[in-house]
Design a protein around this ligand. Structure first.
Ligand code: SF4
Length: 284
């Protein structure tokens, strides 16, 4: 997943010269996010028209070399905690570790070793004595959360100050086909989201943008509000909504047709979401 997490400042995955682990330094968030990219083959089961993954292909993450991942994560966390990376590469006001984020060039939960990766993160966190306040974040399109092993991974993540960011850009089948280039049913999305909420604290992550100069329609807004309204009525409560617009150009063929919304447009939609009783954070 490449969304706002990587849109902030230094999002060059090669910047630490590692295969899986990459740092994202964010002055705005006031810290360093330790990214883990399991999709080293740039493969995702979706094709969002705003996706910023280069040479995106359809598919799943390749087999993970667990020894390499473990070594990279341990070495890099150790460097952040005890080396000079913070001093030499990070602005003074951002010299802390925000989170470990599973957020790569595709859908992280498509990785067959997902549960083992969470166990590895737990082990390394313990070994390097990472402060508990550091979150473990999963940025996901949510489409594979019906799998019991993925749910187990989420339950394990919850014990690591875990947080799921679940993509919901549109709440209609036609909207998801248009924006995410995926054929699905809203009841499947709903069930996947309910599973996420049951396993681990979950935020919705929503990208709102204009296509051919047209912002999302009132019908798009109504579909979204109806979706979260019915979820809340049945007692399934996400932590809130992370609402954002395009920060960097899409690398998909639709790129010239897309444009960002204004802060006012985002705020107007955020206000409508808030009427449902969910907190909304707008990301620049
Ligand atoms: S879910 Fe969408 S934005 Fe995320 S990696 Fe897949 S295609 Fe790209």
């Amino acid at each position: 997943m490449t969304e706002k997490k990587l849109s902030v400042t230094d999002h060059d995955r090669g910047s630490a010269d590692l295969r899986y682990v990459y740092p994202v330094v964010s002055r705005r968030a006031g810290g360093v996010s330790v990214g883990i990219n399991l999709n080293t083959n740039n493969a995702c089961n979706w094709r969002c028209i705003y996706c910023q993954v280069p040479n995106l292909t359809r598919g799943a993450a390749p087999a993970v070399d667990m020894a390499v991942l473990e070594n990279e994560l341990r070495t890099f966390l150790d460097e952040l905690l005890h080396g000079d990376f913070m001093e030499s590469r990070v602005p003074a006001d951002a010299r802390r570790i925000n989170d470990i984020a599973l957020s790569g060039n595709g859908e992280p939960t498509s990785c067959a070793e997902f549960v083992q990766v969470i166990a590895l993160i737990a082990r390394v966190r313990r070994e390097v004595a990472l402060p508990e306040a550091v979150k473990t974040v999963l940025i996901t399109n949510g489409s594979l959360l019906f799998r019991s092993e993925v749910q187990q991974g989420l339950r394990d993540m919850a014990k690591l100050n875990g947080e799921v960011w679940f993509k919901l850009d549109r709440a209609s089948e036609a909207g998801m086909l248009l924006v995410n280039d995926t054929h699905t049913s809203i009841s499947k999305v709903r069930n996947n989201l309910i599973a996420a909420i049951a396993c681990c604290p979950t935020w919705l992550q929503t990208c709102w943008f204009a296509l051919d100069g047209e912002p999302p329609s009132i019908q798009d807004e109504d579909d979204y509000l109806e979706f979260i309204g019915s979820l809340l009525r049945e007692g399934h409560k996400p932590k809130g909504v992370l609402l954002y617009t395009l920060a960097r150009p899409s690398l998909q063929a639709e790129a010239p047709r897309l444009s960002a919304l204004s802060a006012e447009q985002l705020q107007a939609f955020a206000k409508r979401i808030a009427t449902q009783g969910l907190p909304v954070k707008i990301s620049p």
